[in-house]
Design a protein around this ligand. Sequence first.
Ligand code: A2P
Length: 270
Amino acid sequence: IHSAVKLNNGVLMPWLGLGVYKAEAGEEVKQAIHTALAAGYRHIDTASFYNNEESVGEAIRETSVPREEIFVTTKVWNDDQGYDETLRAFETSRQKLGLEVIDLYLIHWPVSGKFVDTWKALEKLYAEGKIRAIGVSNFLIDDLEDLMKHTEIKPSVNQVEWHPRLVQTELQEFCQKHGIQVEAWSPLGRARLLDEPVLTELAEKHGKSAAQIILRWDLQKQIVTIPKSVTPERIKQNAAIFDFELTDEDIKKIDALHTGERYGPNPADF
Ligand code: A2P
């Protein structure tokens, strides 16, 4: 069983999760979740936008792993932002997943003019015990400041694009100062970074793959990470990151790969 970080409200969140963006609803995503659970993952990250919540829920209800051992994240989509809309969207997600309680519910993108009311709905759902922790995704420092100025509860998590080309150090420092855990989506840079010589050299040095080097780098930087894969061998490989350690020197080499390049949308455009 993988280790976990204690969020700012005391809830434990496993450092490693399975991302299921672009994992197809039905057998593909169900198989990925069963493989992941067998490999020791206890954390699944989905979203209403991924259109696979029903299958994710089915897999979680099918497995012999107890529900309380699995940390499940889903997210409210942009079109559903606003107070009443979010309450409805949450209920839809909860029903699709077929789960009583969601471990982490995130605002998927910082839609300007909407996210404060959306957050107030999350606060209500949290107070009612339907969600164990609430957070945001793709929020910039300005968005976080704006949110915290106008609402009561601080986010537990900010899930952002984070990989060796996008090392958001200033954002991480801001989040740390406010007790917000940073989580990496597309930690492997959508697999586009795996041939990078710095990473393949470190891979050789440690007897690991470039993917494992990146994921270990996340852990040592205290970033929760959710690599996506539907390939059994890769799902297992991505979990074998708890048995080696990068040196400070190794970590600096990876940090230096930063260019600021994004593979996904820029949150400033929302
Ligand atoms: P697949 O799902 O076909 O196995 P990210 O999480 O950064 O967005 O990366 C996801 C992409 O990386 C997917 O295309 C996934 O492919 C691929 N991938 C995941 N793990 C590995 C790995 N260990 N080695 C190579 N490719 C991987």
